[in-house]
Ligand binder design. Structure first.
Ligand SMILES: [Cu+2]
Length: 192
């Protein structure tokens, strides 16, 4: 019995280690409450206006099962994000974003500060040859393709269609370094 227990403990410890070394880019946590939506299923469009550094709206109301089209406009002068997740997910994403800023992959005004540079030889970038349209970064942890988040450069508007599959305690937030702390966060409220 003791042997079984210690074996189980060892397995748990190993799991904990494996969980820690999982690449952050593989964060699929959003699947616990949502999925990429299809535009054809969206019966409602919610306009989001972002400024430096706040959202015009502090609260979004949705229903479980609903697909919403978010039209996200950046009326500020800096790069901003509209990301739907739990507080823990935002915290994790803030660490990743900070790393991207520190590495120069992103800047205060650009989500792809290295566009146009030849960085195909950089380790971990995996851009392949050609086809670099600024969005499709393959395995690089750019997260441009996450169904629950969109990065919008100053003056631009982007759309994101998201299906809320299950009620959860969610926030929409900007994880550009310093912005969440400055108050660039709001609540997603599920109504029945
Ligand atoms: Cu921001």
């Amino acid at each position: 019995m003791r042997l079984v227990t210690s074996a189980a403990a060892a397995a748990l410890a190993l799991l904990a280690i494996v969980a820690q070394i999982q690449p952050a880019a593989a964060d699929q946590s959003y699947q616990e409450f949502g999925a990429r939506g299809r535009a054809v299923d969206a019966k409602r469009t919610v306009d989001i206006v972002m400024r430096d550094n706040s959202y015009q709206t502090q609260r979004i109301q949705v229903r479980a099962g609903e697909t919403v089209r978010f039209r996200v406009r950046n009326a500020g002068e800096f790069l901003h994000e509209f990301n739907i997740g739990t507080a823990a997910m935002h915290q994790q994403h803030q660490r990743e974003m900070r790393a991207m800023f520190e590495s120069g992959m992103m800047s205060a005004t650009s989500k792809d500060a290295m566009a146009g540079m030849d960085h195909s030889s950089m380790p971990g970038m995996n851009h392949g040859a050609g086809g670099h349209g600024g969005m499709n970064h393959g395995a690089a942890p750019m997260r441009h393709d996450d169904p629950n988040a969109v990065l919008v450069e100053p003056g631009k508007t982007e759309e994101m269609v998201f299906k809320f599959t299950k009620a959860a305690e969610l926030e929409f937030a900007c994880n550009v370094p310093g912005h969440y702390e400055a108050g660039m966060v709001g609540n997603v409220v599920f109504s029945r």
